[in-house]
Write a protein that binds this ligand. Structure first.
Ligand code: SAM
Length: 217
């Protein structure tokens, strides 16, 4: 239940240095967010691809979040200095993003293998929906990128059409994709992605960038 979540009432009150105690933040803020990070494979990859950026995983399941926190702790002690810029918190990303992040703070937002919620009556639990896209647009900076991937074609089409119809998002061009350092790694760096690979399943991936509000100019 919600009362189990500990969250800041506004972003200024978040004690980030407790999550990244060895990283000299120097005024830098979290820029990359992995929503529903699961067992943390993408976070570990982000640490090596973007060593100078602060990345955060948000995971709703207590045990899974504890696992990722332990994983990061042991990586930090095995390889000092290499994993100081990644961390994981337990939270409900469908409710609390604006409590953690300022407007335009994030430059990458990842939704890898979100829960499909197949039944029509459960579609309201999908992490991509019209109202939630407004929250995601709020926390992303103009030019920031949202990535989503799944092995469920129907869910892919659902997510893709929501981003496609939204005035604040525009699909990345082939050129933009090929110059993106993380895109091609997304297929296989998460535990769920590796599971799909082992099972020989198909994967669907897309990326959209946050564009300026066409009505505010
Ligand atoms: N992204 C990981 C991967 O690719 O391996 C995990 C994928 S798993 C199928 C989906 C994850 O999203 C689960 O770990 C689940 O607990 C988490 N999740 C679901 N709803 C969430 C929410 N509202 N906020 C944060 N995490 C959520």
């Amino acid at each position: 239940a919600d009362h189990c979540f500990d969250y800041p009432i506004r972003p200024d009150l978040m004690k980030w240095n407790e999550l990244y105690p060895n990283y000299d933040q120097n005024g830098e803020q979290v820029e990359y967010l992995d929503v529903g990070c699961g067992y943390g494979g993408l976070l570990v990859t982000l640490a090596s691809v973007y060593p100078d950026k602060l990345s955060l995983g948000m995971e709703i399941r207590v045990k899974v979040c504890d696992y990722v926190q332990d994983r990061i702790k042991s990586l930090r002690s095995e390889s000092p200095g290499k994993y100081d810029q990644i961390a994981c918190i337990r939270s409900n990303a469908m409710k609390y993003l604006p409590n953690y992040f300022h407007k335009g703070q994030l430059s990458k937002l990842f939704f890898m293998f979100p829960d499909p919620h197949f039944k029509k009556t459960k579609h309201k639990w999908r992490i991509i929906s019209k109202p939630l896209l407004a929250d995601y647009a709020y926390v992303l900076k103009v030019g920031g990128i949202v990535y989503f991937g799944t092995d469920v074609e129907e869910l892919y089409n659902w997510m893709d059409s929501h981003f496609n119809e939204h005035p604040l998002f525009k699909q990345l061009t082939e050129d933009e994709i090929s110059s993106d350092a993380i895109y091609s790694k997304l297929f296989d760096c998460t535990e769920e992605g590796q599971k799909v690979t082992r099972a020989g399943g198909k994967k669907f991936l897309a990326a959209y960038k946050r564009v300026e509000d066409p009505y505010s100019r």
